[in-house]
Design a protein around this ligand. Structure first.
Ligand code: PLP
Length: 478
């Protein structure tokens, strides 16, 4: 291709047809209201034109971020003070003690021996990018350079950078598929979604066996010596909406990873760091509901509630097996991010996590979240467009369908039911996350992930507003 070197006459840029927002965001054709503050479980939004303010019950805390709720003066102080106590570092010759302390805290609050090291980034997508590269280098350290494939599930979400979109699979990933990692490196196995894909009359046990058989066949077809990792969201959020894995599924995947020398990689960016840890657990990980410490992941990504929306931080937790290969190998991690494991972020996150622990909030959200689930079940059981209510701890979803049954009842994509429900909820004074069900567009659903501080009165209000919203929608869809 030749490059035209004729001098260009200067042309003044065309003025925008209409100035809307100075930020390029999800809705570019209108100025959205601004979130200007918060008060516990409530968010305060201000109309950009009129300045009118509304209090909205934050059922979703952004993208399942806000563990502490909003405007917590202690949290604000802890974060504000952190800046005085830290110093930036980026060098092969020094690091910062705050990243060490946060890593130690997360490791100490996991079942003993499961994780031995950590790395901190700014977002869940970056955490997944880095975890993928850590896995790749792990196999290089072991002189297994052919292990390059990352198996994920046919509907899943792992972030919005190109690497994380490559291991993702949903309608958004599909739009970008021409510029992602080659499909040969990112094979997909069945999503675990009993509500939609379990055959009529099939037992959970048999369904799990079928999923594991299919996964093993895929590993064998791809060649075990080429498969690096199997990546799963312990409790999927953005893709199919909080589907708890049936008994035996995650342990079965772990067994296959052991059998074929594959890294067992859990993405707990959305469901982890306290959102759904059982009361008997150590306080952080959702997988403790389904796996013993001996079956724990080899590597895990975390984010969102790690900084509780007060700071931007996500991370990778690394198990002994992986760390050992580095120690016995090159002794160095290849790669660099200017702001990786940033001292301020790590100190602020540490203080936030210590504060959450001190207040016993992970136990509270498990109890209150399950209560919310029970009450949602009851309130929505006869609703004509609700087909399933599911979740665990502080993370729940409601799936919608035409006839109140899962048989051929999905709403057409053009009806935009999930997005309309999200908008209707906002109008009614509640934030929820609406989503359509991935590649196959199975099941519109909405998610709820409230702050860990919720009390029974907040649960009742979430249930009341959700029921009102779903009823409003059922009338509109008639
Ligand atoms: N992984 C999972 C499971 C997620 O749900 C998300 C975000 O929703 C991400 C990764 C990406 O995190 P982030 O949006 O912070 O990049």
């Amino acid at each position: 291709m030749s490059i035209d070197s004729t001098p260009q006459t200067s042309v003044s840029p065309e003025p925008p047809t209409k100035q809307t927002s100075y930020v390029f965001q999800s809705t570019v054709n209108k100025q959205l209201p601004h979130a200007v503050g918060g008060d516990g479980c409530y968010l305060i939004v201000e109309d950009a034109e009129t300045g009118e303010r509304r209090r909205i019950l934050d059922g979703m805390t952004g993208a399942a971020v806000g563990a502490l709720g909003w405007g917590d003066e202690t949290a604000i102080e802890l974060v504000a003070n952190s800046v005085r106590e830290c110093h930036y570092s980026y060098s092969p010759y020094h690091c910062n003690k705050n990243a060490e302390a946060l890593g130690k805290f997360l490791i100490d609050n996991s079942p003993p021996g499961v994780f031995t090291s950590s790395l901190f980034l700014g977002s869940g997508s970056e955490a997944n990018e880095n975890a993928m590269k850590l896995v790749k280098q792990y196999f290089l350290e072991r002189n297994l350079p052919k292990k390059n494939k990352f198996i994920s599930r046919s509907t899943c979400y792992h972030g919005f950078t190109l690497g994380s979109l490559s291991i993702g699979a949903n309608s958004r990933a599909k739009l970008f598929q021409d510029i992602l990692l080659p499909k040969e490196l990112t094979p997909k196995t069945d999503v675990c979604y009993p509500f939609r894909y379990k055959q009529k009359g099939q037992s959970d046990e048999n369904y799990v066996e079928q999923l594991l058989d299919n996964l093993e066949s895929l590993i064998l077809k791809e060649g075990p010596d080429t498969v690096a990792a199997i990546i799963l969201e312990t409790l999927p959020g953005s893709s199919i909406g909080t589907v708890p894995p049936p008994a035996g599924y995650l342990p079965g995947v772990r067994r296959l990873c052991n059998k074929y020398d594959i890294v067992f990689y859990l993405d707990e960016v959305m469901c982890g760091t306290g959102r759904a840890n059982p009361p008997s657990g150590y306080g952080l990980h959702c997988w403790e509901n389904y796996l013993s410490p001996q079956e724990a992941p080899d590597i895990q990504t975390i984010g969102k509630t790690l900084g509780s929306g007060y700071i931007t931080i996500a991370g990778v937790l690394i198990g002994n097996k992986i760390q050992k290969a580095y120690l016995e190998g090159s002794g160095a991690v290849i790669g660099a991010h200017t702001y990786a494991s940033h001292s301020f972020n790590c100190l602020a996150a540490l203080k936030i996590q210590q504060y959450i622990k001190q207040l016993g909030l992970t136990k509270n959200i498990f109890k209150m979240g399950n209560l919310m689930g029970t009450k949602l079940h009851e309130a929505l059981k006869d609703n004509p467009i609700v087909v399933d209510v599911r979740g665990i701890g502080g993370f729940w979803s409601i799936e919608f369908g035409k006839n109140g049954t899962p048989d051929n009842d999905v709403f057409p994509l053009e009806a935009k039911v999930a997005l309309r429900i999200q908008a209707q909820a906002f109008q009614n004074g509640l934030t929820v996350m609406g989503a359509q069900g991935g590649f196959n567009q199975v099941g519109d659903h909405m998610c709820l992930a409230p702050a860990f501080i919720i009390q029974e009165s907040d649960v009742d209000e979430i249930v009341r507003l959700t029921t009102k919203t779903v009823n409003d929608m059922a009338v509109q869809l008639k």
